[in-house]
Design a protein around this ligand. Structure first.
Ligand code: SAM
Ligand code: SF4
Length: 473
C-alpha cells in the first residue's frame, strides 16, 4: 500500500505529499488523500483497515490492484483537482483493467452514485462513515459489480481502530476527537458530507495519545470541526446523550490528554468562536504542555455577513473571545480563516474584515474566495453575486494585510530564545532542521547535534513572513 497525502491542514494549507511504504506481500493498495487534517486522519484509519485485510502498499499507482482517493468538497476547485486525478487513474486502468478505483470522503458522500453512473470515473464509492465496509466493497467490485456505501452514522467514531501513522516524521500526529458537524454555516458543505456530530470516548483518545508518546511522538493535534462542542456522556451506551450522567467536556478532555506526559505537546483544531469557553483558555494557561496557540476562524469582520453565514456570533462576541484569550493566555499565537466575497458583501463589509484583522493582528491566516457549494443554505437563499475578479481583489487585500502582520509578529521575536520541537529536516538543506515553537511559529536552524523529536532552545536571529531563522543555544 503506498499512501500519498496532500496534507493540507485545511484544504488550501498546501503541504508536501507524504508517502509510506510497506514491503508486505498480498494485493497492493495505493491511497491518496486531499483536504483537511480530518481527511488525513481518516486515511490513517483506512490504511489500518486495509493492512489488517492483508493489503501491502505501493507508492506507484500504476502497479496497484486498488487505488483509493480520499477527497475534499469544501471548494469547487478542490473537486476539480480530484476529477483530473481520477481521469489519470482511468487512463492507467485501460492498461490494467483489473485495477479497482475507489473514491472516499466528502466528494464520495456529496456525489454518491453520480460518480459511478454519470461520470463513470470510479468503481467504488465510500462515504466517511463506511470505511469498515471497504474490504466488502472491494470484493463486490472484484465480483463484477459497482459498489457504494454512503450511509452516514450517528455513532461511528472508529474509536477502536489503531490508525497506521502516515506522517513520516514520527513526531507529530493527528487524533480525531469528534466526527461530523451540527452547525449549519450557510457556506459550508461539511454537515452534508460528514453527517451529525458525535464525540469519541475520552479514554480511547487518551490511550491513543499515550501510545503515540510511547512510540516516540512528541506532539498530538486533537481534531474536530468544532472541538469546543466535544461532549461525552459516561453511559454504557457510548455517546448517547443522557443528561443525567456525568459528562466530559473539551476543557476536561484537554486536561486528561495533558496528563499523558509533560513532554507530549497538545494542539487542537478547530475552535469555534460561538462555543469556546474560558475553561478551555484556563486549561491552556494552567498546563505548560498545552500549546499557547488557538485557531479561531472569524470568516468575516462584519456582523451582518456573519449572520448571513449563520456563524452564531457577532463581531463584538468574536472580539470578546479574542480579549479573553489575550487576558487569560497573555502570550498566545492566534490564527484564523477568512472568506472574501461572500454573497452580497459590500465594500464597507469587506473593510470590516480588514479592520478586525488590524484589531486582532493574527499570527497567520487561511484565506479563501467564497465558492458556492450545492445544497448549502447560502446556495438556496442568497445570490453568489460578487464577480470572481472582485472576490480575488478583496482576497489579495486580505492576504497582503496578513503578510504584514505575520512579518511584524515574527520580527518582534528576533533576539528571543524559544523552545522548539524538532519536526524534520528543512526542505532546503539536510544540514538544517525545521521545528515549531509553542505558538506554532515555524523555525529553521542549523542541525548541530539535535535530532528529530528533540526539544531544543533556539535563539531567533532572522525571519520572513513565513518563518523564523535561528541558532541552537
Ligand atoms: N469547522 C471549521 C470552522 O468552523 O471554522 C472549518 C472547517 S472548513 C473545512 C475550513 C475553512 O474552509 C472554513 O473555516 C472556511 O473559511 C473555508 N470554507 C468552507 N466552506 C467554504 C466555501 N464554500 N467557500 C470558501 N471557503 C470555505
Ligand atoms: Fe462547516 Fe461551520 Fe461546521 Fe465548520 S462549523 S465544519 S464551517 S458548518
Amino acid at each position: 500500500m503506498g499512501i500519498v497525502l496532500d496534507k493540507d491542514m485545511d484544504e488550501a494549507r498546501q503541504g508536501e505529499a507524504i508517502s509510506m511504504d510497506s514491503s508486505k506481500g498480498g494485493k497492493k493498495l495505493y491511497l491518496e488523500s486531499y483536504g483537511c487534517a480530518m481527511n488525513f486522519s481518516d486515511s490513517e484509519v483506512v490504511a489500518s483497515i486495509m493492512t489488517n485485510q492483508g493489503f501491502s502498499t505501493t507508492q506507484d499507482s500504476e502497479e496497484a490492484d486498488v487505488v483509493l482517493i480520499n477527497t475534499c468538497s469544501i471548494r469547487e476547485n478542490a473537486e476539480q483537482r480530484i476529477r483530473n486525478r481520477l481521469t489519470q487513474f482511468n487512463k492507467a486502468k485501460r492498461q490494467r483493467p483489473g485495477m479497482v478505483i475507489g473514491i472516499l470522503g466528502c466528494m464520495a458522500e456529496r456525489l454518491k452514485k453520480n460518480l459511478l453512473e454519470e461520470e463513470k470515473l470510479v468503481d467504488l464509492v465510500a462515504g466517511p462513515d463506511s470505511y469498515r465496509d471497504l474490504p466488502g466493497l472491494i470484493s463486490e467490485v472484484e465480483g463484477g459489480q459497482k459498489a457504494v456505501n454512503v450511509l452516514l452514522s450517528r455513532d461511528e467514531t472508529y474509536a477502536d481502530i489503531n490508525p497506521v501513522r502516515l506522517d513520516k516524521n514520527g513526531v507529530t500526529g493527528f487524533v480525531s476527537i469528534t466526527r461530523g458537524c451540527d452547525n449549519m454555516c450557510s457556506f459550508c458543505v461539511v454537515p452534508f458530507t460528514r453527517g451529525r456530530e458525535r464525540s469519541r470516548d475520552p479514554h480511547t483518545i487518551v490511550q491513543e495519545c499515550a501510545a503515540l508518546f510511547n512510540a516516540g511522538y512528541r506532539e498530538v493535534t486533537l481534531l474536530g470541526q468544532n472541538v469546543d462542542s466535544y461532549r461525552w456522556n459516561m453511559t454504557s451506551k457510548g455517546d448517547i446523550k443522557d443528561e443525567t450522567k456525568p459528562t466530559t467536556n473539551f476543557a476536561e478532555l484537554l486536561v486528561m490528554v495533558a496528563g499523558v506526559h509533560p513532554e507530549l505537546r497538545i494542539r487542537f483544531s478547530t475552535s469555534h468562536p460561538k462555543d469556546m469557553t474560558d475553561d478551555v483558555l484556563y486549561a491552556i494557561a494552567n498546563h505548560k504542555n498545552i500549546c499557547n496557540y488557538i485557531h479561531l476562524p472569524v470568516q468575516s469582520g462584519n456582523s451582518d455577513i456573519l449572520k448571513k453565514m449563520n456563524r452564531g456570533y457577532t463581531r463584538e462576541w468574536y472580539m470578546n473571545r479574542i480579549d479573553a484569550i489575550k487576558r487569560i493566555i497573555p502570550d498566545c499565537g492566534i490564527s484564523t480563516d477568512i472568506i472574501s466575497g461572500f454573497c452580497g458583501e459590500t465594500i464597507e463589509e469587506h473593510q470590516d474584515t480588514l479592520s478586525i484583522m488590524r484589531e486582532v493582528e493574527y499570527d497567520s491566516a487561511y484565506m479563501y474566495k467564497y465558492s458556492e457549494r450545492p445544497k448549502t443554505l447560502a446556495e438556496r437563499k442568497y445570490e453568489d453575486n460578487i464577480p470572481e475578479d472582485e472576490k480575488q481583489r478583496r482576497l489579495e487585500e486580505i492576504i497582503e494585510l496578513q503578510h504584514g502582520h505575520s512579518l511584524k509578529i515574527h520580527k518582534a521575536q528576533i533576539g528571543q530564545i524559544q523552545e522548539v520541537l524538532v519536526e524534520k529536516e528543512s526542505r532546503r538543506s539536510s544540514e538544517q532542521l525545521m521545528g515549531r515553537t509553542d505558538k506554532n511559529h515555524k523555525v529553521i536552524f542549523d542541525r548541530k547535534d539535535a535530532k528529530i523529536g528533540d526539544y531544543v532552545m533556539v535563539k531567533i536571529t532572522d525571519c520572513n513572513k513565513a518563518s523564523l531563522r535561528g541558532e541552537i543555544v
